[in-house]
Design a protein around this ligand. Structure first.
Ligand code: ATP
Ligand code: MG
Length: 298
């Protein structure tokens, strides 16, 4: 008990620190069915870090569009997504939700507009059904909606073929326990987002573990979410073939926004960062002598 109680101070400290950095409750409600998120000169530095993770980033995520966020490892994509989602507050600059600065906004009305799938899908040791329902866990579970969401995320058949179907426990070792693969978990994660059914969907590398066919289907499903003209998708991905169809692409490099526009425009920039990343990736599939693939060892 003594050992465990030492952690209580840490818990209290982190709750206090969390309060300091969170959007307050009971501020200005964010009105409107859709949402436009605007970042104005946003800079962000992690506590204790020596340099900014993001520096003077200004961008807009309009309603009804697919917005892609690309850049190399560590360029700040996940950090930016957390700022858009209101999980972090900027060190400098402003984040506006339909014109309301998030520091003044009501936290609940902001979070109510968002579905966030983080880079590492949380795998809960509960039934597969509950793992989808937790996307909107405050509402009673509606089995048809769980199935419809799973259908869109291409995981329905996989679940229904499990020995205990939707009631399988997503962890080996339990009675009715199953082990889902990395790609299957990723689909469950997307199903969670679809089930939540909010107007701003932030998905951080939702296809990293998917096979090529599943990946194409997943991008199509995500694009499909914007068909109502209101719902938007902020898609973070390293697969640049998928960003080609995004309405707008934002390119981050070392915490700065270096390029913005649709694929065609970015490909026209001589010496552009996006074009360089795209061509580097395309060359991996090149079977001619120009291919930039790892050299084979003898
Ligand atoms: N919790 C944290 N505390 C301190 N520094 C962090 C933290 N999370 C990220 N960073 C730093 O912030 C920078 C941006 O990281 P971020 O995770 O946003 O990059 P990313 O573009 O999502 O990379 P990846 O493609 O690898 O997912 C990096 O330099 C990283 O080391
Ligand atoms: Mg990341």
């Amino acid at each position: 008990m003594f050992e465990e109680s030492l952690y209580l101070t840490d818990l209290n400290d982190s709750v206090a620190l969390g309060k300091e950095h969170a959007i307050p409750l009971g501020g200005v409600p964010v009105a409107g069915s859709g949402v436009e998120v605007v970042l104005e000169d946003v800079t962000f530095r992690y506590p204790g870090a020596e340099k900014d993770a993001l520096r003077d980033v200004s961008l807009t995520i309009p309603p009804g569009k697919v917005v892609a966020l690309v850049g190399e490892n560590g360029s700040g994509k996940t950090t930016l997504s957390a700022l858009v989602a209101g999980l972090y507050l900027p060190t400098a600059g402003r984040v506006l939700y339909n014109g309301v600065e998030i520091r003044d906004a009501d936290r609940e009305t902001i979070f109510d507009k968002i579905a966030l799938l983080s880079q590492h899908v949380q795998a809960w040791p509960m039934t597969v059904k509950a793992n989808v329902h937790i996307g909107d866990g405050r509402k009673p579970l509606v089995q048809e909606d769980v199935e419809a969401a799973a259908e869109r995320a291409d995981v329905r058949k996989i679940v229904e073929e499990l020995p205990h179907g939707w009631d399988s426990i997503a962890m080996k070792g339990f009675e009715r326990g199953v082990k889902l693969s990395g790609g299957q978990w990723q689909r469950v994660g997307v199903a969670r987002v679809v089930y939540r059914g909010r107007v701003l969907n932030i998905v951080d590398e939702p296809t990293a573990a998917l096979d090529p066919r599943a990946e194409i289907d997943m991008f199509e499903s995500l694009h499909g979410l914007t068909a109502d003209g209101v719902t938007s998708v902020l898609l973070i991905t390293h697969r640049l073939a998928a960003t080609a169809s995004a309405d707008v692409i934002y390119v981050l490099n070392q915490g700065r926004l270096v390029e913005a526009g649709p694929h065609r425009e970015l490909m026209d920039i001589d010496g552009g960062h996006y074009r360089e990343l795209y061509e580097l990736q395309a060359s991996q599939y090149d079977t001619t002598a120009n291919a930039k693939v790892p050299t084979q060892r003898a």
